[in-house]
Design a protein around this ligand. Structure first.
Ligand SMILES: Nc1ncnc2c1ncn2[C@@H]1O[C@H](COP(=O)(O)OP(=O)(O)O)[C@@H](O)[C@H]1O
Ligand SMILES: [Mg+2]
Length: 419
């Protein structure tokens, strides 16, 4: 088979790495790819939102399967565009990807079908949102409806901060049209766990659990980022909690999406919070997480291409999906200054030395190859991933890998996996 992977970050490197092990695959293309992906796939310089050229490319090369990584093209209907041209593609259609693309949609879905989530109100006028802020207790959570690069959620400590957030989102439009509507919701406390699942619209198969570290600095300080590291499994996601989630969250979500005429096929990501009143859904994503994919996929024993095919053909219940009984940790090495301003173009040293260690995989996020050298090309640069017998072992190995790598102004957290 010829497979095309759409995207060019650490998540897509993990997907390409996994499918490169499949006996079903002869050739992998990746659009646009990055400096690490190009060792396993032929990178094609087409942007992830250029559906016209992507579908043309897939037709021209006779691609048998396309796997879409990022959220933006899914929300904009890349799967529909491929299907219209008769191409096989893995991911939810636009009408199902809305479960991530609109927080108003997902909150209303959960309310309608009694899926546990934080209490909330929706507003499309800033005056009404601000009037509501007089009646709530603080902190309060304010969410722009649409995709906002992971920056659209503000936890306001008091009334003034909340008013400021509403003004930024709804009047200043700092997230553009994503801020036409807001969700104002109850602040929950507890540990967050990510559970990704394969679903063909009928059957749902959860993957091993993961937790991420969103803040830029150790001890969860500093600004929010796209993710500074992940580990799998979560220490707090017990079999009892998993069984509860299966019956009360995973199955009902997949069933209700189908009943709403928005059958979800692909990866459904459940962002959960474990509160003292039980598990609640913080959000859904319509794709693999980045960097969750980097710790989950290395633990997957089953051929990912076989799973994608089963999802597309709606026969997920026929296959057995199995996992290694181990642990994985991914430490993100970022450019100095990320998530604010940072410079790129620095030479990265030591990737090969890190990779030579047992159990280490270096996934590239923001890198490119210039005259045979790998240089930094983004905020998140590498995801140094280690497989260990347990979390402590994986943490130790991951940092041994990190020690081998250097580039100017690099920054990483020293406490990944210690939650
Ligand atoms: N109701 C809530 N109570 C407490 N924290 C929340 C709540 N909703 C979101 N958060 C925090 O904000 C983060 C981002 O929110 P989320 O809904 O996942 O949006 P996105 O990932 O699209 O930015 C969550 O991971 C969580 O840390
Ligand atoms: Mg989130």
């Amino acid at each position: 088979m010829k497979v095309l992977v759409v995207g060019g970050g650490g998540r897509e490197h993990a997907i390409v790495w996994k499918i490169s092990q499949s006996p079903l695959v002869d050739k992998i293309y990746c659009a646009p790819g990055n400096g690490g992906i190009q060792e396993l796939a032929e990178c094609v310089n087409i942007g992830v939102m250029d559906f016209e050229r992507l579908t043309e490319f897939a037709q021209e090369k006779g691609i048998d399967l396309t796997i879409v990584g990022p959220d933006d093209p899914l929300a904009a209907g890349i799967v529909d565009a491929f299907e219209e041209k008769g191409l096989r593609v893995f991911g939810p259609r636009k009408d199902a990807a809305i479960i991530e693309g609109s927080k108003v949609f997902s909150k209303n879905l959960m309310k309608k079908y009694n899926i546990p989530t934080a209490a909330y109100e929706v507003f499309d006028k800033s005056q009404e949102a601000i009037a509501h802020l007089k009646d709530v207790s603080y902190p309060i959570v304010i969410k722009a409806e649409g995709l906002a690069l992971g920056k659209g959620v503000i936890i306001a400590q008091d009334y003034n901060e909340a008013v400021q957030a509403i003004d930024n989102i709804m009047e200043q439009k700092v997230f553009g049209a994503a801020g036409n509507r807001v969700v104002i919701e109850e602040f929950l406390t507890g540990q967050e766990v990510s559970v990704l699942a394969f679903t063909d619209g009928y059957t749902v198969v959860p993957m091993v659990s993961a937790q991420d570290h969103k803040r830029a600095y150790d001890n969860d300080e500093g600004p929010n980022t796209g993710g500074m590291g992940t580990f799998s499994p979560s220490r707090i996601y017990t079999p009892e909690i998993a069984a509860y989630c299966m019956e009360n969250i995973f199955k009902p979500t997949v069933r209700t999406m189908r009943e709403e005429g928005r059958m979800f096929k692909g990866i459904l990501y459940f962002g959960l919070i474990i509160t003292k009143d039980g598990v609640k859904v913080l959000e859904y994503n319509a794709r693999f997480g980045d960097p969750e994919a980097q710790v989950v996929l290395p633990r997957l024993k089953t051929d990912l291409v076989e799973i994608c095919n089963a999802v597309i053909d709606e026969r997920l219940s026929d296959i057995d999906i199995t996992w290694e009984d181990n642990a994985a940790v991914c430490v993100i090495m970022a450019s100095g200054g990320y998530p604010q301003k940072y410079k790129t173009g620095y030479t990265i040293h030591g990737i090969k030395d890190a990779q030579a260690l047992e159990g280490i995989i270096v996934f590239h996020a923001g890198t490119k190859c210039v005259e045979g050298e790998t240089v930094t090309a983004g905020g998140r640069v590498l995801g140094v991933t280690a497989i260990g017998s347990d979390l402590d072992d994986a943490i130790k190995k991951a940092y041994e890998g990190v020690q081998k790598i250097s580039f100017t102004d690099m920054h990483y957290r020293k406490d990944i996996g210690r939650k």
